[in-house]
Write a protein that binds this ligand. Structure first.
Ligand code: PLP
Length: 367
């Protein structure tokens, strides 16, 4: 039996060891570990990659979202429209500023349903915070139009969407503010935690540079309340190197995704969650749907193939809310959650491994 890795960091390190160690060496030789040249250069390089004016390196994706909300001035009594299907961090950021998350149901492809947003807008609504889930693009233009019409801020949660595009334009450049996570499993992943915020708004950027660093404008001059949410030099140095591989790695993911589509298309028992324009996705995750999800997951594992569920519990159904949202109408979310399965898809995967996964999936349904 083959053993497939869901992700393969040791293989990546083996291939790129010299490059990553060189980055580490640069930082150690210089002896500056926090907010030095590496962070500054990474911010410049990442904003250039996105085509945005400002990038603020922060400690993680959750705080990127939190700082964005703080910069806008969102707080107690304000409502933020968001999705029930995401990493819990999307909602935690709203809760961290004491605002109220308003959950709007999703579509069959897992993305926030833009057609339901307007119905959820109240006098208290200040912002919409949708997620480019699985690295696939949202209907971000339509959402942007709704935000403009109702004078709401748009914060793009692009934490899974490094290099994702919508009609050829890069995700993370549509909203007033966009947020990224560099958690190791992301397409652009650090060797620990990291995150970034991107914006074209100079005033907002200035506030966010302060918010990530104790609210200080200059050393020991604290203009506002702030966090310690700094991206560190070591992470920034490795991210700079990894950024150079991002498009190439995303292309590799895309080839793997194409192979999955090729080999699984005829299988009537499963559906694949795919973007309307194949080349727009960064294929952060490759997600299939089947009513036999749990049995398939078990079968794959027996055959050496790990898989994950993104996500097994919707955010409003999490125990932390103690049943507060039991009557919330999110039927599509609750159904999808019982069917989705993320199968291995990473740039260091061999095509033979993809074929092995497909064979196992097809065999399961032919048993
Ligand atoms: C969609 C989404 N939002 C926010 C986050 C939070 O990022 P982090 O884990 O870096 O705090 C993540 C990562 O898990 C994510 O996938």
């Amino acid at each position: 039996m083959k053993k497939i890795n869901y992700l393969d960091f040791p293989k990546e390190y083996k291939e790129r060891k010299g490059i990553y160690l060189n980055a580490f060496d640069r930082v150690m030789k210089k002896g500056v570990y926090v907010l030095g040249d590496e962070v500054h250069n990474f911010e410049g390089e990442f904003s250039k990659y996105l085509g945005s004016k400002y990038c603020i390196g922060v400690a993680n994706g959750l705080e990127a979202l939190q700082i964005s909300l703080m910069a806008i001035g969102i707080g107690n009594g304000d409502e933020v429209i968001t999705t029930p299907l995401s990493a819990v961090a999307t909602t935690l950021a709203i809760m961290a500023v004491d605002a109220t998350p308003i959950f709007v149901d999703i579509k069959e492809n897992g993305q926030l349903d833009e057609n339901l947003i307007e119905k959820a807008i109240t006098k208290k609504t200040k912002a919409v915070m949708p997620v480019h889930l699985y690295g696939q693009p949202l209907e971000i233009e339509k959402i942007n139009d709704i935000c403009k019409k109702h004078k709401l801020f748009l914060i793009e949660d692009a934490c899974q969407a490094h290099g994702t595009k919508f009609k050829g334009k890069i995700a993370g450049t549509f909203g007033d503010i966009s947020c990224f996570s560099f958690y190791p499993t992301k397409n652009l992943g650090a060797i620990g935690d990291g995150g970034a915020i991107s914006t074209n708004d100079e005033k907002m950027a200035k506030i966010m540079y302060q918010l990530r660093d104790y609210g200080q404008e200059t050393k020991y001059m604290h203009t506002r309340y702030g966090l310690n949410s700094r991206l560190d030099e070591l992470q920034a140095s490795v991210l700079r190197e990894k950024l150079r591989f991002l498009d190439k790695d995303n292309n590799k993911r895309s080839l793997i995704a194409k192979r999955y589509v090729d080999r699984l298309l005829k299988n009537e028992n499963i559906k694949m969650i795919l973007p309307s324009n194949f080349d727009d996705s960064n294929f952060h995750l490759f997600v299939i749907k089947t009513s036999k999800r749990d049995l398939l997951k078990e079968y794959l594992l027996k055959n050496g193939i790990p898989s994950l569920i993104h996500y097994p519990i919707s955010i409003p159904d999490q125990p932390m809310f103690k049943g507060r949202y039991n009557n919330l109408e999110i039927p599509v979310t609750r159904k999808l959650i019982s069917e989705i399965l993320s199968i291995p898809c990473h740039p260091f995967m061999q095509i033979q491994e993809v074929d092995y996964v497909c064979k196992a999936i097809n065999e399961f349904f032919n048993k």
